[in-house]
Design a protein around this ligand. Structure first.
Ligand code: SF4
Ligand code: SF4
Length: 82
């Protein structure tokens, strides 16, 4: 059956930031582009893309994240594209 779950907004909370850090901070994109040095530095699905310019899309770990599943997010790479 087609998954008709609609995307819902992700809130900027300490709990969500902690969950995000389990995935984003270890992903190849984050490490390669040193995203911890730019703002926002985490929870890109809520806060928007990183201010780091000209990023490649190397590999995204969002699809394994419980926030991604809970909010029916799509495609990942929120540090780059959203
Ligand atoms: S979906 Fe991606 S950006 Fe959003 S909290 Fe999870 S790992 Fe972070
Ligand atoms: S949004 Fe995806 S690609 Fe960007 S840092 Fe998080 S896991 Fe990595």
């Amino acid at each position: 059956m087609f998954d008709s779950g609609k995307t819902t907004p992700v809130e900027d909370t300490d709990e969500n930031r902690a969950i995000c850090r389990k995935y984003c901070t270890i992903c190849p994109n984050y490490k390669y582009h040193q995203l911890g040095k730019c703002q926002p530095a985490e929870l890109f699905c809520a806060l928007g893309k990183s201010s780091r310019p000209n990023m490649k899309q190397i590999n995204c770990f969002c699809t394994g994240c419980e926030i991604y599943l809970k909010h029916h997010l799509r495609m990942g790479y929120f540090c780059v594209r959203k």
